[in-house]
Ligand binder design. Structure first.
Ligand code: GDP
Length: 299
């Protein structure tokens, strides 16, 4: 989702020498394969969007892979970028790097000030390590490696697998299928009280391009909207957009996860960047994209 959004943005900006690889073409966990790739392609600028990602259930179930895969991907790429003299690299992390009970909104300096949320601790540890790798190669070798922490994302090419996905694609699919099959209820996880901030993938790509052009400092930058909603509000919104007329059934056996993770985006705003897509509009676009690509998204 993020990689394809960045490619669309670069194409819109007129770039023609964009080098990409799918995960089946290049296994980024494989050090020798990544070394060969960098030696052959010699990229000038690297957007490190590749990661093993997923929703609350996937993070909590595949704890080993979320740690191992992400550590390998970022270590291999960041080290190869240093070795081959990449001019600039942007590493993408996640808002889950912040302590579970950090004050809200989350300022960049709250990193490592408390305990992490347990459902996604392995993923968060890997992403914190990525930030620290960029910082270490910057301070020791002078590499211009920067990091940005996006909030929860949604948009085209999202993961619609109900066991692996995040909340928005899961609910788009569940409400859509319930409407089509005329089912009376849709199961929604947790209590509905956690709050989440959501950013459209095209806005994220725009922010990444902005930072690649304008930001060269060590401290990572939060990317978000600075606004959040409860999961209950998000569910009601999607129900309305999809046109499902039945009831929500809250399954409190499923975890809530962290109570809130609202980004403080004042640094990005001060630099001159702000999101464009509001949640309702973004979800309407995403539902249309889901309808157009349902066969691809649901295998
Ligand atoms: P998180 O932001 O890392 O917690 O990841 P998610 O996007 O997976 O979950 C966000 C919140 O939405 C959690 O409180 C979930 O319990 C809740 N949620 C409600 N229904 C669903 C669902 O069908 N799938 C997912 N993934 N989360 C859901």
């Amino acid at each position: 989702m993020v990689g394809s959004a960045i490619v669309r943005k670069l194409q819109d900006e007129g770039y023609t020498t964009i080098i990409t690889r799918t995960s089946s073409e290049l296994d980024l966990r494989n050090q020798a394969a990544v070394t060969d790739f960098f030696d052959q392609e010699n990229p000038d600028y690297v957007f490190l969007a590749a990661a093993k990602v997923g929703g609350i259930l996937a993070n909590n179930t595949y704890r080993a892979e979320f740690l191992y895969d992400n550590l390998m991907i970022e270590s291999n790429i960041i080290h190869s970028a240093y070795k081959t003299g990449v001019k600039k690299l942007l590493f993408l992390g996640s808002s889950c790097i912040y302590p579970k009970l950090a004050p809200q909104p989350l300022k960049e300096e709250y990193l490592l000030s408390g305990y992490l949320e347990s459902t996604n601790e392995p993923y968060a540890i890997a992403k914190i390590t990525g930030i620290k790798l960029c910082d270490a190669y910057r301070s020791q070798y002078g590499c211009n490696f920067i990091s940005a922490m996006p909030t929860n994302l949604y948009g085209p090419n999202d993961n619609y697998n109900l066991q692996g996905s995040h909340v928005l694609p899961a609910l788009i699919r569940k409400f859509h299928e319930a409407k089509v099959n005329d089912e009376p209820t849709v199961e929604v996880w947790g209590t509905g009280s956690p709050m989440r901030e959501f950013l459209h993938a095209d806005d994220l790509a725009d922010a990444c391009f902005f930072l690649m052009e304008n930001y060269n400092d060590e401290l990572f930058v939060n990317i978000g909207t600075g606004e959040d909603v409860t999961i209950r509000e998000a569910a009601e919104l999607i129900k309305d957009i999809v046109g499902f007329e039945g009831e929500l059934r809250w399954n409190t056996e499923k975890p809530d996860g962290t109570p809130r993770k609202l980004m403080d985006v004042s640094r990005l705003h001060e630099m001159g960047w702000k999101h464009r897509t509001e949640l309702r509009q973004g979800l309407e676009m995403t539902y249309q994209d889901f309808l157009a690509n349902e066969v691809l998204y649901i295998e």
